[in-house]
Design a protein around this ligand. Structure first.
Ligand SMILES: NC(=O)C1=CN([C@@H]2O[C@H](COP(=O)(O)OP(=O)(O)OC[C@H]3O[C@@H](n4cnc5c(N)ncnc54)[C@H](OP(=O)(O)O)[C@@H]3O)[C@@H](O)[C@H]2O)[C@@H](O)CC1
Ligand SMILES: Nc1ncnc2c1ncn2[C@@H]1O[C@H](COP(=O)(O)OP(=O)(O)O)[C@@H](O)[C@H]1O
Ligand SMILES: [K+]
Length: 539
């Protein structure tokens, strides 16, 4: 199970450790510094065979204190190290100050304002003197406002002086300037990118939200988590708000979901209707592909039956592509209402390829009026741009909205603005905050897509499905991948899986399927990759 912490939760765990007498600040700082050095040497063993010169940028808080520990430990291993302090030594917090003092007997600390890296290290004229390791220990979880202009400028200068690849860049806990509650850069003015991106970021105890949300993964490079002995304290600290990425917890939930039988016990003679009947509503001729992708996703994930409801004019087109999937004629809301007279249709999917306009709005209203489990995606969402409240008035707890960011912005323009206006304070408004606010307003589950998909229930549980680092699947950004996801969720709903669980499991499987395939993936491949994933996780 992967837990993600907010900065405040991390501080609460630290405080619990102090209260329990389980650790002192000095001990935690020492373990943090050790963790960073161990992670560096394990990840970049070649550094030990190079010139072993390190530059350590230390900030005014405890992140800077960690930096002084790293400098000392590297020095003790025979490295040449030099620290630059942004701030005044006299004003460092006590543990950081103590480590500054310990470092000061071993090596130099230069005032940050005195540096000019390119000149100081003779880059270009005397490459031998250049550092092979640059440690960013300026700010961690305590960053509360944008980097000052001078600091931002200096870091951009450093970035230019030592382009990525010339020296390894390692951040202590966080790339400086990144808000660890949102993954959003806190940088001056309208700049949107962090001045310095890292090769690796070493976090402590657990990843923070900022490591996986928004710009986090791109800014952090790789991530490692160093154990600093806080497990006991973490168990005692309040856990209710902890958010989890989808990992082992979901892998455990999937077999359970597949044990679900509408008819009750896992009895012999289970009928296909026991696995539910999903209905995917299709657009007209030339626009049926998206619904067919969704339908195949629903069938492969295990719905007992799947029907595509298409306008009469698109029946031939659909029939020529579908075999195991059934077809029903549906020329609009009134036909849909009649089709839904069949109580066995227990999960609906509307939106992929459906077309934007009043016909779609009417069908959505019919679907919602039936009170079935329902996934609304794509055109079913865009059709309510400018009239979102009329949609929200009819949503209920068994509905899942699956917008990508564009669709989200159309339905929740004010929330989107909060998420995309430059962040001026930490903790910055995050994608988690935005999805939770949207779910509360809509009164249903909202799944906001992306490499950092967030799934939130109104006022309830929120999870992040992070397709980053060792779960990266950038090739999922391909036309139709979202349609397949909608269908997969619908298929699980048909099987009777609890809606938020269906959304979580389908999102996890979607990424796993993409990872099995790798580059070259197209959306049509996704459903057929599911059986291999199922076999692997023992379903
Ligand atoms: N929690 C734990 O269990 C453990 C935590 N550990 C380490 O401690 C780190 C957190 O330390 P932290 O709380 O001292 O915060 P940190 O990130 O050093 O910066 C805060 C300082 O910067 C200031 N400041 C803020 N923004 C600013 C800006 N834009 N420009 C200028 N100044 C700014 C702010 O003060 P202010 O000026 O707001 O009064 C404050 O002085 C954490 O990331 C990890 O590395 C480990 O040792 C092991 C265990
Ligand atoms: N860089 C990425 N890494 C992992 N998954 C991604 C990435 N970009 C997009 N996705 C996923 O791919 C799918 C794309 O869906 P969507 O934007 O609706 O596309 P479409 O409308 O073409 O189906 C979503 O599930 C989204 O979470
Ligand atoms: K840092």
């Amino acid at each position: 199970m992967t837990e993600l912490l907010t900065s405040a939760q991390m501080r609460a765990i630290e405080q619990t450790a102090f209260d329990l007498g389980a650790a002192t600040g000095a001990e935690l700082m020492e373990r943090a510094g050790q963790g960073v050095v161990e992670a560096i040497l394990a990840s970049f063993p070649d550094l030990e065979h190079g010139s072993r010169r390190a530059v350590i940028l230390c900030g005014p808080g405890n992140n800077g204190g960690d930096g002084f520990v790293v400098a000392r430990l590297l020095k003790e291993r025979g490295w040449t190290a030099e620290c630059f302090l942004y701030g005044e030594a006299d004003r460092l917090p006590p543990d950081a100050r103590a480590n500054f003092e310990r470092w000061s007997v071993l090596g130099p600390t230069t005032d940050f304002n005195d540096w000019r890296f390119a000149l100081r290290y003779g880059v270009g004229s005397n490459g031998a003197e250049a550092p092979t390791l640059v440690i960013d220990a300026l700010f961690g979880t305590g960053l509360v406002r944008p980097l000052a202009d001078d600091l931002d400028r200096a870091l951009r200068e450093l970035d230019a002086a030592f382009p990525k690849g010339t020296a390894k860049r390692v951040a202590v806990d966080a790339p400086s300037g990144l808000c660890m509650d949102s993954g959003r850069p806190l940088v001056p003015g309208a700049k949107v990118e962090l001045p310095l991106k890292q090769d690796m970021t070493v976090s402590f105890h657990r990843l923070k939200l900022g490591h996986v949300l928004s710009e986090g993964p791109e800014s952090c490079g790789a991530v490692r988590v160093a154990d600093i002995g806080l497990d006991q304290a973490a168990l005692r600290a309040a856990r209710s708000e902890l958010r989890e990425t989808l990992g082992a917890a979901v892998t455990r939930a999937i077999p359970r979901a597949y044990e679900l039988r509408k008819g009750g016990e896992d009895a012999p003679g289970v009928h296909k209707y026991d696995y539910g009947h999903a209905l995917v509503v299709s657009g007209g001729p030339g626009h049926t592909g998206a619904a067919r992708l969704a339908a195949r996703g629903a069938l492969r994930i295990g719905a007992g039956l799947v029907t595509v409801a298409a306008p009469g004019s698109a029946m031939t087109e659909c029939a020529s592509h579908l075999t195991a999937i059934m077809l029903a004629r549906c020329n609009g809301a009134s036909d849909l209402g009649a089709i839904l007279g069949d109580e066995r249709l227990n999960a609906l999917c509307l939106g992929p390829g459906l077309g934007v306009g009043s016909a779609t709005r009417d069908m959505v209203m019919t679907a919602l009026g039936s009170r079935r489990c329902c996934v609304l995606d794509a055109d079913a969402l865009t059709s309510f741009a400018g009239s979102a409240p009329s949609l929200f008035a009819h949503l209920h707890s068994r509905v899942i909205l699956t917008p990508h960011t564009g669709e989200f912005a159309r339905l929740f323009p004010d929330i989107w603005a909060k998420l995309t206006d430059p962040a001026t304070r930490g903790p910055a408004y995050s994608k988690v905050d935005a999805t939770q606010e949207a779910a509360a307003r809509a009164g249903c589950i909202v799944l906001l897509k992306g490499p950092d998909t967030v799934i939130a229930e109104p006022g309830g549980r929120t999870v992040i499905s992070a397709a980053s680092y060792d779960r990266a699947a950038p090739w999922l950004a391909t036309a139709g991948a979202g349609d397949v996801l909608s269908g997969m969720i619908t298929g699980l709903l048909a099987r009777g899986v609890w809606p938020v669980t269906a959304a979580e499991i389908a999102t996890w499987l979607h990424v796993e399927a993409a990872r099995r395939f790798g580059p070259g993936l197209i959306a049509a491949d996704l459903p057929d990759l599911l059986p291999a994933v199922f076999r692997e996780i023992g379903v």
